[in-house]
Ligand binder design. Structure first.
Ligand SMILES: *[C@@H]1O[C@H](CO)[C@@H](O)[C@H](O)[C@H]1NC(C)=O
Ligand SMILES: *[C@@H]1O[C@H](CO)[C@@H](O)[C@H](O)[C@H]1NC(C)=O
Ligand SMILES: *[C@@H]1O[C@H](CO)[C@@H](O)[C@H](O)[C@H]1NC(C)=O
Ligand SMILES: *[C@@H]1O[C@H](CO)[C@@H](O)[C@H](O)[C@H]1NC(C)=O
Length: 492
């Protein structure tokens, strides 16, 4: 969401600079510059996992040792390309792909460094594995602490371990055995809200980088432990959301630069089809060639096919595109129509006997409570018919900072079948996970809305019970309380 607060406070404080000089909250640079930080894993293929991390010095080749026992990391994989970075960044992104993994198996891994420890993860389930599993949905997750939000929204921050006191990251940590992967369609860190804190006002360039470093350090206990699938939101577009500071936006902080460095080599292209159907195989091959991670791509995990889409750029009147309504001047990242052609081929390629469930996840919703300006009508024009035509089960979005669930709906009309074999997708919003902008009020509620919650931070869990039943819960982050629970039935 766009923030419009604090601008006048910012203008006042600019007049009294000396008090705030030198207060950027950069994490300390370690003595050992090979130390890995900001670890992030992703499903990279049916039997592959990407391991991404940042270092404070360039590495000519990153390596990861791994194996199925913590005492015997007998396998090793190295990247052929070195670290990447960009102007204004203090850190370097590294990535290694681990392939040929046994399915749904615990692997132990150690990023090769003179100062690293052994972590572990579960490798992906094969497409077509019908074992029940859960995935968590978080969107609009911001940095916690002095440069971000606090559980109480106060500015006096206690000295704490940030990752455990970020109520949503903390809940993801305490429930770590309850879910197998996380999808996060957009808005990470909120580094572009640096101007909200007075101590950052004199050094927006460094404040932006400092928030990114802090946030991805806070997220690492989760993203370095679970497959963590990312796609873009408006907060990845540019170093600032407010036109008043746009003159301070330096090279290296525009056009999704950090997002691209961090996730560009870790998110997968669409998978090769596991179907025996030749039409499905050729459509999946087409989708693979048109996919453009980390902006738009798909992956399969057990009984679900998930397409991650880019609601920011690369379709007609895309809000963050060049001349887009958000004024963020991003993209395009593909050829004209590439994203929409990808999505059409990708959804058409799904063999429902392999992956009965089909989810599309993006950042900006077209169904939401509240102010109609939060509903992305150009997204609806671009995507809604594709979701409907190809029988997508659930559309997952964020951008509005609260939790919402909609009954299956198409073009503003509720599906007459409701939650039992609807033709239209149901939609959820899981944007209430916590960030410096706070929660969005509920506002007006359309008749096809089934649940909305904006009293505290929250997120969603999708439980794939079997081929026909998908349970979606909303969880209050601070307590673990289940706020809403529903089951979508599909005969598929
Ligand atoms: C080793 O890594 C930890 C983080 O895992 C870091 O806090 C510490 O400073 C590093 N030690 C050195 C010598 O760089
Ligand atoms: C922050 O987390 C620590 C460790 O879990 C806990 O002891 C402390 O009470 C928490 N502080 C706040 C303000 O929630
Ligand atoms: C193969 O896939 C196509 C496209 O998804 C579908 O129309 C067709 O019915 C499938 N054929 C078989 C034998 O399943
Ligand atoms: C953003 O980056 C893409 C990919 O590098 C490039 O094609 C596009 O022109 C850039 N957009 C702007 C506004 O610089």
């Amino acid at each position: 969401m766009k923030s419009t607060t604090s601008i006048s406070a910012a203008a006042v404080l600019l007049a009294a600079p000396s008090v705030y000089a030198g207060l950027i909250n950069f994490p300390p640079i370690p003595k050992d510059l090979t130390t890995p930080f900001q670890q992030r894993l992703a499903a990279y293929g049916p039997s592959s996992v990407s391991v991404g991390w940042n270092t404070y010095a360039a590495q000519s080749s990153g390596c990861v040792q791994y194996g199925t026992s913590p005492d015997n990391l007998n396998l090793k994989s190295c990247s052929t390309i070195g670290s990447t970075t960009y102007q204004s960044s203090r850190t370097y992104s590294n990535v290694v792909i681990l392939s040929g993994l046994a399915p749904a198996t615990t692997y132990y891994y150690k990023i090769v460094s003179t100062n690293s420890t052994v972590g572990h993860f579960q490798s992906p389930r094969q497409p077509g594995d019908k074992t029940p599993f859960n995935l968590d949905v978080v969107v609009d997750l911001g940095v916690y602490g002095a440069d971000g939000f606090t559980t109480s929204k106060r500015d006096d921050i206690p000295t704490i371990q940030p990752e455990l006191n970020h109520s949503t990251i903390g809940r993801l940590a305490t429930t770590v055995d309850d879910y197998e992967l996380v999808i996060h369609p957009g808005d990470f860190a909120y580094a572009d809200d640096w101007f909200e804190k007075p101590h950052n006002l004199l050094d927006g360039k460094d404040a932006y980088q400092a928030i990114l470093e802090q946030f991805y350090d806070q997220l690492a206990p989760i993203a370095g432990r679970k497959l963590y699938m990312a796609s873009p939101g408006n907060h990845e577009a540019d170093c600032t959301e407010v036109p008043f500071t746009s003159g301070l936006c330096p090279e290296g902080q525009k056009n999704f630069t950090d997002f691209l460095h961090r996730f560009g080599q870790t998110m997968p292209k669409a998978y090769t089809s596991s179907s025996t159907n030749a039409t499905a195989q050729s459509l999946a091959a087409k989708a693979k060639s048109l996919s453009n991670p980390p902006f738009w791509y798909s992956f399969e995990y057990g009984m679900v096919h998930i397409a991650m889409i880019d609601t920011e750029t690369d379709f007609p009147n895309a809000p963050d595109g060049q001349d887009g309504s958000a004024g963020l001047d991003g993209g395009p990242f593909g050829a004209t129509h590439q994203q929409l052609d990808f999505l059409a081929a990708d959804l058409a390629s799904v063999d429902r006997s392999v992956t009965p469930w089909v989810i599309v996840a993006g950042h900006r919703p077209w169904y939401t409570t509240g102010d109609s300006s939060s509903a992305c009508s150009s997204c609806q024009d671009a995507f809604e018919d594709l979701l409907y035509t190809y029988g997508v089960d659930v559309g997952v979005f964020g951008h509005v900072h609260n939790s919402q669930r909609f009954l299956p709906v198409y073009k503003g009309t509720a599906d007459p079948n409701g939650m039992t074999d609807p033709k239209a997708p149901m939609y959820i919003i899981a944007g209430g996970t916590g960030n410096i902008e706070g929660l969005s009020s509920v506002g007006s509620v359309p008749s096809y809305n089934a649940f909305v919650y904006a009293d505290d931070y929250s997120y969603s869990t999708m439980k794939f019970l079997d081929e026909h039943n998908l349970q979606i819960d909303f969880i209050r982050s601070s307590t673990g309380e289940i706020l809403d629970s529903s089951i979508l039935y599909k005969s598929h």
